[in-house]
Write a protein that binds this ligand. Structure first.
Ligand code: ASP
Length: 307
């Protein structure tokens, strides 16, 4: 049996005009992962293919769609983990690379490290031949700082967005992630993000931190989304692995993790996708929405839900 589960971020999901584009993207991402798995490919390759589709979509907060930091610059994070070998690769605060998930995979495959950050992560990825993020985008970002200032002062035609932003300052996030089980019974996880909107330059979130936002072993694979600081503080990935080691199925693991997140940090703090070695799927979130979907060898077509 094979299976793949993806998310497009837990959050407010206020722009309904985006829903159908996001749903199409989730379906394409599931198909990309499924075609690897159907052909007997590895769970690791499948999650990377799925996440690349999400990064390239431009409608989610990862890759080309990444939110800028407070200075209007794009700094992205990504992590991948192979449950079979317990090897992982990740990049933090990477700039100018189109697919951070591929950079993370290269860290896993080509280095003796788990996490590369900042300028040298970008240099590493570009010198390994990864394509750059389209530089045209930076022109549009020049005005960003001024726009943020005007937005916060209330000088905006987006009155509802402003109210939402003031009510949920952290919740403008639509990180992406995937977990997969291949026909050999191996699990893998990948997560990629532009991080929280208006984050401080240099901030690294939970997604590239193995054991926090991304984790996979021989029992379970998880990818988290939400306020990265909280996900780190609870060590979500490692905790999920411990629950699974104690025999809990992925659906119970996801529910327990989100219940814990809610009890410690309140609602609107995050979401989790999980997949265990028996193919049980877990999806849970405490935000108004989370784009999500799954596809397995037992299903005739992929399933996606937004928000
Ligand atoms: N967890 C991500 C971060 O804190 C944000 C998100 O999930 O949208 O960087």
């Amino acid at each position: 049996m094979w299976s793949v589960v993806v998310h497009g971020g837990a959050g407010v999901w206020s722009e309904s005009e985006k829903f159908s584009a996001v749903k199409d993207t989730i379906l394409k991402s599931l198909e990309a992962g499924a075609s690897v798995l159907r052909a007997g490919g590895s769970a690791l390759d499948a999650v990377v293919e799925s996440v690349m589709v999400l990064e390239d979509s431009g409608v989610l907060n990862a890759g080309v769609g990444s939110y800028p930091n407070l200075l209007g610059e794009i700094e992205m994070d990504a992590g991948v983990m192979d449950g079979k070998s317990l090897r992982a690769g990740a990049v933090g605060c990477i700039r100018n690379v189109k697919n951070p998930v591929l950079a993370a995979k290269l860290v896993l495959e080509k280095t003796d490290h788990v996490l590369l950050v900042g300028e040298w992560a970008s240099r590493f990825a570009l010198s390994m031949g990864l394509p750059a993020l389209n530089s045209d985008r930076s022109k549009g970002l020049l005005k960003y700082r001024d726009l943020v200032r005007r937005f916060e002062e209330g000088d905006t035609r987006y009155k509802s967005n402003l109210a939402l932003y003031k009510q949920y300052p952290h919740l403008f996030h639509e990180t992406v992630g995937a977990v997969a089980l291949d026909i050999e019974g191996n699990l893998a996880s990948a997560t990629s993000t532009g991080g929280l909107a208006l984050k401080l330059p240099g901030r690294v979130g939970d997604s590239p931190l193995i054991g926090a936002g991304t984790y996979a072993d021989s029992n379970i694979a998880v990818s988290a989304t939400g306020i990265g600081e909280y996900i780190m503080l609870l060590g979500v990935g490692v905790r999920a692995s411990q629950y699974a080691e104690n025999g809990l199925p992925a659906n119970t693991v996801a529910e327990k993790i989100i219940a814990l997140l809610t009890s410690r940090f309140g609602i609107n703090s995050g979401g989790l996708i999980a997949l265990d070695k028996n193919g049980v799927i877990g999806i849970s979130f405490n935000t108004p929405g989370m784009a999500r979907g799954y596809y397995s060898s037992e299903m005739s077509e992929p399933y996606a839900m937004v928000p």
